[in-house]
Design a protein around this ligand. Structure first.
Ligand code: NI
Ligand code: MN
Length: 228
């Protein structure tokens, strides 16, 4: 599987000719090096929550690629009402899609949906566990450090964990390193930092704190990591 970082919390995962994007915040993302028009074909769009820096270009990409948005029920409903195609799930549930399996897991964060003036789409934020061709990726979404993460320690081990380190809105480097200790993934990539000054963080410090628990790969936007 290939994981490409597009800045902030946005990743594209590719395996066996299938491609999904997680939290497609490209328009207005100061860290992104590609715009939404430059992405190759997408089979699905996975959302952790409805904040603007995660929902991003989801509806436009869903329309362009005829790609299904996978999210919690309320957020999936919002995307459908905005003209996207969506598949509703909820925390604790898994579903098998043509590209692989998605399970939504708990995240402690805010649930407001960007662009919702009614408040009726406010939902639980989620982490996303996606398995494609036997490789499992855990994108924590925006979250605090939670004991629930220990439930993901396996076996089988998570192959790749994507974890926020920017502090202020999410875990900072120290809590993120503890989250890695809880989950014990084979590999980890830090995210959700340095997009703006308020979430400035040092990924080398995160790597030092993780130590030998997991292999830390630090990606610049546009760079990819291949899981062997
Ligand atoms: Ni958020
Ligand atoms: Mn965020």
């Amino acid at each position: 599987m290939k994981a490409t970082f597009h800045g902030h919390a946005c990743f594209v995962l590719e395996r066996d000719g299938k491609r999904v994007i997680i939290d497609p915040f490209l328009t207005g993302n100061p860290a992104a090096v590609v715009g939404p028009d430059k992405l190759p074909h997408l089979d699905a769009i996975l959302l952790t929550h409805g904040h603007g820096d995660h929902l991003g270009d989801a509806v436009a990409l869903s329309q362009k690629h005829r790609a299904t948005i996978v999210a919690t029920y309320e957020l999936a409903q919002f995307c459908a009402d905005q003209g996207g195609t969506s598949h509703a799930m909820h925390i604790g549930g898994a579903h098998e899609f043509p590209f692989g399996t998605v399970k939504l897991v708990p995240a402690f964060h805010g649930g407001q949906v960007e662009g919702d003036t009614t408040g009726r789409y406010t939902t639980n934020p989620a982490g996303v566990v996606v398995t494609m061709g036997g490789k499992t990726v855990y994108h924590t979404g925006d979250t605090a450090l939670t004991l629930e993460m220990q439930l993901l320690a396996g076996p089988p081990r998570v192959d790749l964990m994507l974890v926020p380190i920017g502090d202020n809105y999410t875990m900072g480097v120290a809590d993120a390193a503890r989250a890695v200790e809880f989950v014990k993934p084979k590999s980890v990539i830090p995210m959700h930092y340095n997009t703006w000054d308020i979430i400035k963080a040092d990924p080398a410090e995160f790597r030092r704190l993780v130590g030998s628990t997991s292999a830390v790969t630090i990606l610049k936007p546009g760079e990819s990591f291949t899981l062997s």
